[in-house]
Design a protein around this ligand. Structure first.
Ligand SMILES: Cc1ncc(COP(=O)(O)O)c(C=O)c1O
Length: 421
């Protein structure tokens, strides 16, 4: 089987380490399943992105939907990043982690009045509106609060991001943004509203995009809009490219951020606007692994099954997208032969799998497996289905580790539930 090895998660004496800490030493202390993140990864990826775009005024807004652990948010705040929140809950977390309101922007195709109010009351930098109706609601709420709300309008540029249909968002048929046909008239209408400041134009064409071309095509379309808007007397100060930069889960090439910069910067410089980005996965996916223990191994018919103690409740991506996550042993043993097996969890759904027909070295009960590239949309999508406790999250910094969220217990899960009947 293929082994993923990086400076963040690599082997020493056949044992998997995260930076300077042996993964087994963490799970010996805390049990499994457990999410483990490398702090260094977050900083390195943030700096790689910033470096590539250093020749243009730009701000990165970390898309915290990919990972909303308070300490991960704090790491990005310490790096000087902005943050993109997608709900009142994410806004609450961003503020709790110490983000200044003028570094926070809010996305979302269905913001409630309560969320819009919370955003405006907290003076966040900007809300990104996705329909004319929403723009009017923002204007009304801002008026009721005696404030002006800065907005960007998300345009759906009708570009094929060539990614999984569930994470493709920039096609005319998708629910996101306003249609490019109506864009000019909607911007003009929004610019006349008294309690709105129209600050920017926004897009987000999808996630896990592995080539520069769809971004370039979409930015070219948005640039044309900016020029037409100016002819119509409407100015915007920034262009927000959204997120979507892809990562390596299996055999994808590392995304060429510098080529993205080469393609985009000249277009943006001509427009004289600031550039905003909202990367999530790029900053977090390969920062994290999910460690699981083998509970049982068995054969049903000709099929090998490895039943582990993690499940779709901890990492949903394989179940909903058929997403690939590389899985490898925490302790390498060259004497073990490779087999083909389905790696499945304990949840009562056939859709509860981490991998199907996967080549993996033969396992025994008690072995530890590392599910790689699990730092994005992992814990953030975790649930309590089957009354399963969500795993702990650990951040490794050099040769130290921090339990930044402990494993849920059954009392946590009952929270405010009362027997009343
Ligand atoms: C509006 C918006 N911005 C940014 C992102 C982050 O995308 P990614 O994690 O692919 O970078 C998303 C993801 O769904 C999004 O909807």
């Amino acid at each position: 089987m293929q082994i993923f090895d990086s400076e963040y998660f690599g082997y020493k004496n056949n044992e998997l380490y995260c930076e300077g800490v042996s993964v087994k030493s963490i799970t010996d202390a805390l049990g499994t399943p457990a999410y483990i993140y490398s702090k260094k990864f977050f900083g390195d990826k943030y700096n790689e992105f910033k470096d590539a775009f250093k020749n243009v005024n730009n701000t990165l807004f970390f898309a915290t939907k990919s990972n909303f652990n308070l300490n991960v948010i704090k790491i990005f705040s310490n790096l000087g990043s902005g943050i993109d929140v997608n709900s009142g809950g994410e806004l609450f977390r961003a503020l709790k982690a110490g983000f200044q309101p003028d570094k926070i922007i809010m996305s979302g195709v269905g913001k409630t009045d309560e969320e819009i109010k919370l955003a405006i009351e907290n003076n966040i930098l900007m809300l990104k509106a996705e329909s004319l109706e929403e723009i009017h609601v923002i204007d009304e709420i801002a008026r009721s609060l005696n404030k002006t709300a800065s907005i960007a309008i998300r345009v759906n540029p009708d570009v094929d991001a060539k990614t999984h249909p569930y994470i493709s968002t920039g096609l005319a048929e998708n629910k996101f943004g306003i249609s490019s046909k109506e864009a000019i008239s909607i911007f003009v209408e929004a610019s006349k509203l008294k309690n709105i400041k129209l600050a920017g134009i926004d897009m987000h064409i999808g996630s896990q995009i592995v080539s520069v071309e769809p971004f370039k095509e979409a930015v070219e379309k948005l640039a044309q809009f900016v020029l037409t808007l100016r002819e119509n007397g409407v100015n915007v100060e920034h262009l927000d490219m959204g997120g979507g930069v892809g990562v390596r889960y299996k055999d994808e090439n590392p995304f060429p951020i510098s080529q993205l910069a080469e393609a985009i910067v000249p277009i943006v410089k001509k427009l004289n606007v600031d550039l905003f980005f909202e990367p999530g996965r790029f900053l977090t996916a390969n920062a994290g692994v999910l460690i699981a223990k083998v509970l049982y191994t068995k054969q049903n018919g000709n099929k090998n099954f490895i039943v582990v103690d993690t499940a779709m409740t901890d990492l949903l991506r394989p179940s909903i997208y058929g997403a690939y996550h590389h899985i490898q042993p925490v302790s390498l043993n060259a004497e073990r032969k490779d087999i083909i097996a389905d790696i499945v969890g304990p949840v009562c759904e056939s859709g509860d799998f981490l991998a199907k027909k996967r080549e993996i070295s033969k396992c025994k009960r008690g072995d530890l497996l590392s599910v790689m590239s699990a730092g994005a949309y992992g814990m953030a999508m975790a649930s309590n289905y089957n009354m399963r406790r969500r795993p702990p999250e650990i951040i490794v910094d050099g040769d130290k580790y921090f339990v930044v969220r402990s494993r849920e217990n059954y009392e946590h899960m009952l929270f405010d539930e009362k027997i009343m009947l």
